[in-house]
Design a protein around this ligand. Structure first.
Ligand code: ASP
Length: 406
């Protein structure tokens, strides 16, 4: 049987959902359950996926023998660049305001929206959950992430016997959750069809279609402009002034890896090429590449972090919700954590967006709005993710006194 690649299936699903939504709006009540099932699937995996991904990530890093100066420096750089990326996105999304004026009209019907207006103070207090099981049950993401980090960290502090057992357990659990997530993502075309045809039908009967289309276009433009600013201005400046290396030469060495990142939309799949280029073309030592890059492929995702924030604020705008600046800072923090928790596989960022949405109590259904254009944005943000990892390797190597070819 003809087996189409997932992105082709998604494109076909999109085309069909637009046709059905416009010409047969009555029929969407028979298909919208597919969207609901797909979203339920995503919601089902999100808590165990984040928990296992963070616990195993932290437990593995903490256990590495070189975790010390190098580890702190690398993590510091990763958090700094991710924050810079998110702030770039924050500026662009507030200036362009891509979702402003669509008004999906769900505002009244969405419950839980009240928590979007939670005060900054109470959001911060919720970081430490008083009952972890309640946090699991209510999707209190910040609390879950905090608990996972603490759990991962203290796993490295117990007796060797227990440490190995628990690290292995969480690694294995994470692998299984990834498999389940990939399985659910296979149904994305059907889910997209269910969700998008419903949105199109609703907007078409209200005569708003052109406006939703142009808002989505503006949203893509916002993400792309912010990604370009981060990749072509911020990161090269860091390489030049902090790393004292030549960003243009470094970029030339990275071309193959970056193109692979773009076409696979997976930092993990690109990792071997990234390592090869950084080690043999740039001349960074194996000690640094083998520590910095694998860690970066799972933890450091500047493009994803930026995208998480822009997408969540776009969704808020589309629901006609003005998120106050203080709340937006909570979202910055959530986007950072979501990008850390995202796996380096295609569409992982899309799954993690539910984290940012739930932190401020936005309806997860909003994901349906951005699904349509996720493919191309995934390719672009993955390229930025890999570009940032490789730049970090160069900067760290220089700071450790290595002589490089760039
Ligand atoms: N695809 C991205 C990556 O592998 C993650 C994401 O979906 O944002 O880096």
């Amino acid at each position: 049987m003809l087996k189409l690649k997932l992105h082709w299936q998604i494109l076909i699903a999109l085309a069909l959902s637009i046709i059905v939504g416009i010409f047969l709006p009555e029929s969407v009540k028979y298909t919208s359950w597919m969207g609901t099932l797909f979203l339920n699937g995503l919601k089902m995996v999100i808590v165990p996926l984040i928990l296992s991904s963070i616990v195993s990530g932290v437990a593995n890093i903490g256990g590495a023998s070189d975790f010390g100066r190098l580890g702190l420096k690398t993590l510091g750089y990763y958090i700094l660049t991710s924050l810079l990326a998110i702030i770039t996105g924050l500026v662009f999304v507030n200036v362009i305001r891509p979702g402003y004026g669509i008004d999906l009209g769900f505002t009244q019907s969405v419950q839980g929206l009240a928590s979007a207006k939670n005060s900054f103070g109470s959001t911060i207090q919720n970081i430490v959950p008083s009952n972890i099981f309640r946090a699991f049950a209510n999707n209190e993401m910040l609390g879950i992430i905090f608990f996972a980090m603490i759990l991962g960290f203290f796993i490295t502090k117990v007796d060797n016997k227990y440490q190995t057992l628990l690290t292995d357990f969480f690694n294995a659990f994470f692998e299984v959750m990834m498999k389940i997530t990939m399985f659910i993502i296979k149904f994305a075309p059907l889910g997209i069809f269910g969700i998008v045809s419903k949105i199109v039908a609703k907007q078409a009967t209200q005569g708003n279609l052109a406006q939703v289309g142009s808002s989505l276009g503006l949203y893509m433009l916002t993400v792309i402009l912010a990604l370009f600013t981060h990749a072509f201005i911020t990161l090269p400046l860091l390489v030049k002034f902090i790393g004292k290396a030549n960003p243009v030469k470094h970029a030339k060495n990275m071309v193959t890896a970056l193109l692979t990142a773009f076409s696979t939309a997976s930092s993990s799949a690109t990792l071997p090429l990234t390592m090869e280029a950084v080690e043999f073309e740039d001349g960074v030592s194996n000690k640094i590449t083998s520590f910095v890059l694998p860690l970066g492929a799972t933890v450091n995702m500047d493009g994803t972090a930026l995208y998480e924030l822009v997408a969540a604020i776009f969704i808020a705008q589309a629901y006609g919700l003005d998120i106050p600046l203080v709340q937006q800072f909570v979202m910055v923090f959530a986007a950072l954590l979501a990008s850390i928790g995202a796996a380096g596989i295609p569409m992982a960022g899309l799954v993690m967006i539910t984290v940012v949405l739930s932190v401020v109590g936005l309806p997860l259904e909003g994901v349906g709005l951005i699904l349509a254009v996720d493919q191309i944005l995934d390719m672009m943000r993955t390229t930025v993710n890999v570009w940032s990892d490789s730049s970090c390797a160069v900067i760290i190597a220089k700071s450790e006194g290595e002589k490089l070819k760039v």
